[in-house]
Design a protein around this ligand. Sequence first.
Ligand SMILES: N[C@@H](CCC(=O)N[C@@H](CS)C(=O)NCC(=O)O)C(=O)O
Length: 211
Amino acid sequence: MLKFHHCPWSRSSSILWLLEELGEPYEIEIVDVRAPGGAPETYREVQSSKKVPAIEHEGTVITERAAISIYLADAFPRAGLAPAIGDRDRGPYLTSLVYCDSVFDPAVAARAHGLTYESRDYSFGLFEDVVANLERILSRRPYAAGERFTAADTQLASALAFTMGIMKVVPDKPAFVDYLGRLSGRPAYQRATAKDAEMAGKVTPLPFAGG
Ligand SMILES: N[C@@H](CCC(=O)N[C@@H](CS)C(=O)NCC(=O)O)C(=O)O
């Protein structure tokens, strides 16, 4: 059985949504990464920085959201969440998935912490360039990789929803609001949100958002 190491209302919530989209059986191991001192030291065996998410599948541990998303969508192709190798959407799909973690996430964190820097100082570049790029992409196509929903959308939409709606760091551009509106009605998204709400009482609350 697929095991999912998860903390409700955290970066691993995007993988919870993806798992719900896949419709395959999985079990959740709750990791309270917000507890004083973080996750238990034993969890380092699974994720070397004691962060969530992580999954275990057929004896293998997979960490990092982009890798987990690519792995799961390819391992369970029935859900049709990964453009196949050779499909013209495969490039934008992989780009979006990796961009979420290697560019968007650190650029938003830098902005949230008031870091001042030049684009060339860090590989993720400027926050303004990231916002402009996503606004351009989502104004041109309905989904992260093209005309259809993929695993890249569970990651991009989760990242946008949290940083725009809860952190209030990313501006609520119409293209972002429309995009999230398109995706938030998905049954798998609703199920994942309900599961997170149910599990939230079992871990340390978020320092902001009052919950
Ligand atoms: N690069 C990791 C980052 C995951 C991450 O930052 N997870 C946060 C959850 S919001 C965490 O576990 N933080 C706990 C900690 O840093 O102690 C990924 O994309 O999977």
